[in-house]
Design a protein around this ligand. Structure first.
Ligand code: UDP
Length: 455
């Protein structure tokens, strides 16, 4: 009998590709055939950085389809990218599925799509194929997305998704408030991008009613109240790189593994790890202030400075910085983050609070110093600081800068005593028990895999 065959399609951003590829690997390990569809642009990045591509040979096929933009066009223009995706990708996906079904013995039985690519669920419906939606961020964020009609009715946003006034939204009594300006689709500077993102939001909500399965990279231990609002949402996370078929799978940048050797030389629980994910861009003044704050902290640090992380063409550090810091500070352009966070030398995580980074810090029992930049990151910060109490937020001064003094003092507060560490270990225990045999996320994932196999 032919293997069940699923097409998996992520939203084309680093924080979306990594977790859904993790899910795809779990399917492959269970004997399911997977065709993983990246945009052409990301396919090039992913395959050029993949160190041991061959280990996927034969079991998972990586297939590119066009996002409709030319190779040289700017994909950080999210309005343009979103509109182009919605216009081009549905029929490209349909063509791909038709070709697979014509040429291969194992026909496509199911499409698993990132819920930000909910149009793919519509394609599956149209073609009479099963479908499942995957949500890679927090369920609290998803709950705010699903509440868009109520937000319109209450006069908090207009029909195009734009917040009408500063408002604090409380989705349920047991959930922390969200500021209307921090709604995931409303954080962009220009109206056109908000409107395009709001289009995705509406389609994402529709998919909730259309799909057979709606699985989320989270756990009830982290956000019980949000899950209780929508009974059809199934926690299957955190999906972490436990049994990877290939190292570095899905990464857009080449990891620098030498930082692990550097970590081996540090004292246990001494290093500050600083990383702001794949999107964050710093203003030069703030970047230098962060550099000086790390210097002032007098602690060893491992800092990820991605190419293009500042608005300047080349990243520049304060005068004489690297000489002064010497071997106490290690700067890399992309780290094997999950391995770094699991290293015994790491004491805390200074993070932009992207959902993947949040889960990765939580599952390694690390306290956080939160530095959110946009979208759902502010809401994740609220969970870390106010709900789980495993981290601290930083305050900006009158000029809108987080100063070196603030960085030093919050690091001292976070790392003096055991308060945050003990809380972090407690949450780690709960969360990790949900993904082992008998845990809630583990059961849901097993049931989901069975459903995929039976299709
Ligand atoms: N990441 C990594 N190396 C780095 C920085 C980030 O492997 O140096 C990974 C990180 O482990 C996470 C992802 O990139 O899985 C970033 O996702 P997240 O949701 O935290 O942030 P985003 O990039 O979406 O803002």
């Amino acid at each position: 009998m032919a293997k069940p065959h699923v097409v998996v399609i992520p939203y084309p951003a680093q924080g979306h590709v990594i977790p859904i590829l993790e899910l795809a690997q779990r399917l492959v390990q269970q004997g399911i055939r997977v065709t993983f569809v990246n945009t052409e642009f990301n396919h090039k990045l992913v395959t050029s950085n993949w160190l041991d591509k061959d280990s996927f040979g034969g079991v998972m096929q990586m297939v590119p389809i066009s996002d409709g933009l030319e190779p040289w066009e700017d994909r950080s223009d999210l309005c343009k990218l979103t509109l182009s995706i919605m216009q081009t990708m549905p029929h490209k996906l349909e063509e791909l599925i038709e070709t697979i079904n014509k040429e291969e013995s194992s026909k496509v039985s199911c499409v698993i799509a990132d819920d930000c690519m909910a149009w793919a669920i519509q394609v599956a419906k149209k073609m009479g194929i099963g479908s499942a939606a995957f949500w890679p961020a927090s369920v609290a964020t998803l709950a705010s997305i699903f509440s868009f009609q109520k937000l319109i009715d209450d006069g908090i946003i207009n029909e195009k998704g734009i917040p009408l006034k500063d408002h604090t939204i409380q989705l349920s009594e047991a959930m922390p408030p969200i500021k209307s300006e921090n709604l995931a689709w409303a954080c962009f500077m220009d109206v056109a991008t908000i409107e395009a993102s709001f289009q995705l939001v509406k389609e994402a909500e529709e998919a909730y009613r259309l799909t057979e399965w709606f699985i989320c990279n989270s756990t009830t231990d982290l956000e019980a109240a949000a899950f209780s609002m929508y009974s059809q949402l199934r926690p299957i996370g955190p999906l972490l790189a436990s049994n990877r078929l290939a190292d570095q799978a899905g990464h857009f940048w080449q990891e620098d593994p030498t930082c692990l050797t550097w970590l081996d030389q540090q004292q246990p629980c001494s290093v500050i790890y600083i990383a702001f994910g794949s999107f964050t861009i710093f203003d030069q003044t703030q970047f230098e202030e962060l550099a000086l704050g790390l210097e002032l902290s007098n602690r060893p640090f491992l800092w990820v400075v991605r190419p293009g992380m500042t608005k300047e063409t080349t990243t520049s550090y304060p005068d004489g910085y690297t000489e002064r810091v010497g071997s106490r500070g290690r700067i890399v352009s992309w780290a094997p983050q999950q391995k770094v966070l699991a290293h015994p030398s790491v004491a805390c995580f200074m993070s932009h609070c992207g959902w993947n980074s949040t889960l990765e810090g939580v599952t390694n029992g690390l306290p956080f110093l939160c530095w959110p930049y946009f979208a759902d990151q502010f809401h994740n910060e609220t969970y870390i600081c106010d709900m789980w109490k495993t981290g601290l937020r930083m305050a900006k001064d009158d000029t809108g800068i987080i100063t070196r003094g603030e960085i030093k003092s919050k690091l001292e507060e976070l790392l003096s005593g055991e308060t945050y560490k003990l809380k972090a270990l407690d949450i780690k225990e709960k969360v990790t028990s949900s993904v082992i045999e008998g845990g809630c996320s583990h059961k849901n994932l097993s049931n989901f895999i069975e459903w995929v196999k039976e299709r």
